[in-house]
Design a protein around this ligand. Structure first.
Ligand SMILES: *Cc1c(COP(=O)(O)O)cnc(C)c1O
Length: 403
């Protein structure tokens, strides 16, 4: 047997033994009834209410967005047919980049295949361009940023999550003349907390560091026009590179960075993850453009999201459920045990037709296992009632023990 096959076999037994074997639940989105999906169980199709989608505003099923995708498919076909350099740039790609630059108040923006690729490609390219970088990376940064930072010829400092004192300590200890980069997120998706962006920018100014901000869980949702927490906090102009996704708040697909013209131009000409891959399909570019334009000019949709999140938090707390307080739209419910977390999620699905993803180690530390709920403007009060009843039932033992 080839050693790799053996490694796969051994790896899989270890993953199974550790309870980390991954299974995916096939769910069929019902565009006209979002967040209701259907699933087939014992040969029968049934409805499931999804509480864990990252389509935070339900824009993926917005009629204008669906129509834009359909029209682009009908007139331009399914795929882009080439890289950006090889007949893969349409007027839609250019318009989308201009829209994203404008959203963040930057000169320019650059599209990538996904938010993951945007982070990985932008960071790794930046860090390979110059010798002697010192990177300051938040301890809870997403795997895609870590993928861009790891393996680059840079000295990496991990600062304690959202900890300004620790960041300052590390900046002070680094060589004063070295090129520095602070990489962090605005909304952290598992804990639902938000970085002190202005204070991090103050430190960046003091130590002449560049700032790289992942706004993936905030674009579309925060700020007057959905420009993210950096817009809300009026600090977007202080961030050198803002990275975002078209796949979460905008409900489509793809990733991007926005920055000044020279940085974008340079990455456009050097980042392998941008250059050597087929550009986003016109359907996606058209849908994303329609979505962003709608979201920017419809603050009521953002207001509805935050109202739904506040209402859900209040209802869970009123029902005595262990909701973890957050300052964002993310609503984690504490479970604190990996096996229990999995089984609760399973029972919600089987017995109550509710889908809520269990979040276990290594995504969160042991003891902090949780269900991660993401309400959207289309979750109704009735759905919340069902969820509260179901959670009280599956968490009954736990609640009794706590009482
Ligand atoms: C989801 C996510 C990404 C990746 O975005 P995709 O468009 O889904 O690839 C990047 N950063 C963070 C913090 C994320 O949660």
């Amino acid at each position: 047997m080839h050693p790799f096959r053996l490694a796969c076999r051994n790896g899989l037994s270890r993953i199974r033994a550790e309870g980390r074997y991954r299974t995916f639940t096939p769910l069929k989105k019902q565009a006209d009834r979002f967040p209701v999906f259907t699933t087939v169980q014992d040969g029968v199709e049934r409805d499931v209410t999804v509480w864990s989608s990252n389509d935070y505003l339900g824009m993926g099923v917005h009629p204008e967005v669906i129509a834009a995708a359909a029209q682009a498919a009908a007139t331009m076909g399914a795929g882009a047919g080439g890289t950006r350099n090889i007949a893969g740039t349409s007027h839609l790609h250019d318009a989308l980049e201009a829209e994203l630059a404008d959203l963040h108040g930057k000169d320019a923006a650059l599209l990538f295949t996904s938010g993951f690729v945007a982070n990985q490609a932008a960071l790794s390219t930046m860090l390979r361009t110059l010798p002697g970088w010192h990177v300051f990376s938040d301890a809870k940064n997403h795997a895609s940023m870590i993928a861009g930072i790891k393996g680059a010829p840079a000295t990496v400092h991990i600062f304690a999550h959202n900890d300004l004192a620790d960041l300052e300590r590390l900046l002070l200890a680094a060589p004063p003349g070295a090129p520095k980069l602070i990489a962090f997120e605005s909304v952290y998706s598992m804990d639902g907390d938000i970085a002190p962006i202005a204070e991090i920018c103050d430190l960046a100014d003091r130590f002449n560091a560049m700032t790289y901000l992942d706004e993936v869980h905030a674009v579309g949702l925060y700020g007057e026009t959905g420009g993210g927490v950096s817009e809300r906090d009026r600090v977007a102009h202080r961030i050198d590179i803002i990275e975002g996704t078209l796949a979460k708040g905008f409900g489509c697909h793809g990733g991007y960075i926005a920055a000044d013209a020279e940085i974008v131009d340079f990455l456009r000409s050097t980042a392998a993850g941008f250059i050597f891959t087929t550009s986003l399909p016109p359907t996606t570019a058209a849908a994303a453009l329609a979505s962003i334009r709608h979201v920017r000019t419809t603050p009521s949709r953002r207001d509805a999201l935050h109202e739904r999140a506040a209402t859900l938090k209040a209802r869970l707390a009123a029902a005595g459920l262990p909701v973890i307080p957050t300052v964002s739209h993310i609503v984690p419910v504490h479970v604190g045990d990996a096996a229990l977390c999995k089984s609760i999620s399973h029972r919600l699905f089987e017995e109550f037709a509710i889908y809520a993803t269990p979040i276990n180690y290594p995504t969160v530390p042991v003891g902090e296992e949780r269900l991660r709920l993401t309400p959207c403007p289309l979750h109704t009060d009735a759905m919340m009632d069902e969820l509260v009843t179901a959670l009280r039932s599956v968490l009954a033992e736990r609640l009794q023990r706590a009482a």
